[in-house]
Design a protein around this ligand. Structure first.
Ligand SMILES: O=C(O)CNC(=O)[C@H](CS)NC(=O)CCC(=O)C(=O)O
Length: 269
């Protein structure tokens, strides 16, 4: 058993402000006995335009935001999963999920494969899609598979991580209110049930600027599909939620209902 914390916040275009919020979340998580803190997609900042987003991005190794979180991880012996933006060249970005160990090292990262082009949000205007699925990373809270937000709509990715024995899968997110109300919980529960893993989905919440509001409802779902946590605070304050992860229970669910794929019949998927 290991306690994990989800941090829910409303990032703005100010990286120093967002880092300060994260530092308060780290304190709360540590005080509650958590071994790892899961922060949303784009925790470093949420900008008002693709241009502003591209102008704010910092290289991962020198970003004051990332360095600040690494220091907080090390000082508090707390692992941190966090979504950031990183320049990819030509004025474009990658949308990245980082695993920072409890020693403060970046042990793994994953660049979002699927980009969200819907309504006024056109992620592909500023972001390059990643090229690989990162293998699950061995952490203090189990073998963790890294995905991001819109990836949630692509079951193949979760299945690929299940095949590599992920015990926990993560979707740091910034869902829109409209699509969140319609799809968020259903998608998260479906991914948990079919992968038989714990699903940890920390989410941005509230109004980031005049143009953009996120749905919130950070969630943890167990490998049987049961919602263990659903943060419903409105976003005026950063908050955490806590869950005890039980990897023996996860193994039991897998043992009791083997999901053996017939890829001999459907090799296309
Ligand atoms: O813009 C940034 O800086 C960070 N990136 C995001 O917030 C991304 C792209 S706009 N948002 C989503 O993928 C929402 C997906 C969603 O809402 C759905 O699948 O329904």
């Amino acid at each position: 058993m290991a306690i994990v914390a989800i941090g829910q916040l409303c990032s703005t275009a100010s990286m120093s402000h967002n880092l300060a919020l994260c530092q308060t979340l780290v304190k709360k998580a540590v005080d509650a006995g958590a071994k790892a803190l899961f922060l949303p997609e784009a925790t470093d900042y949420i900008a008002s335009s693709p241009q502003e987003s591209a102008s704010l991005a910092q290289p991962m190794d020198t970003s004051p935001f990332v360095l600040g979180l690494r220091r907080a991880a090390k000082e508090n012996t707390l692992a941190i999963n966090v979504g950031i933006h990183v320049p990819s060249g030509n004025g474009r970005l990658v949308n990245r999920s980082c695993w920072i160990s409890e020693k403060g090292d970046i042990e793994a990262f994953y660049d979002k494969l699927h980009l969200f082009d819907y309504g006024v949000l056109r992620e592909s205007n500023s972001v390059e899609g990643g090229k690989v699925i990162a293998p699950p990373v061995n952490t203090v809270v189990g073998r963790v598979g890294l995905m991001i937000c819109f990836d949630l709509r692509f079951p193949e990715m979760g299945i690929a991580l299940k095949r590599q024995n992920a015990q926990v899968i993560t979707y740091p997110s910034a869902f829109t209110v409209l699509t969140g109300q319609a799809h968020w919980e259903t998608l998260l529960r479906a991914r948990a049930i079919e992968t038989q893993t714990y699903v940890i989905a920390s989410a941005q919440v509230g109004a980031h600027n005049e143009k953009r509001t996120s749905y919130g409802h950070s969630m943890i779902v167990d490998p049987w599909g049961k919602v263990l946590l659903n943060l419903t605070g409105g976003g005026s304050e950063a908050e955490i939620g806590l869950v005890d992860i039980d990897l023996d229970y996860q193994q039991e669910i897998k043992n009791n209902m083997p999901l053996l794929r017939r890829t001999d019949i459907y090799p296309q998927v």
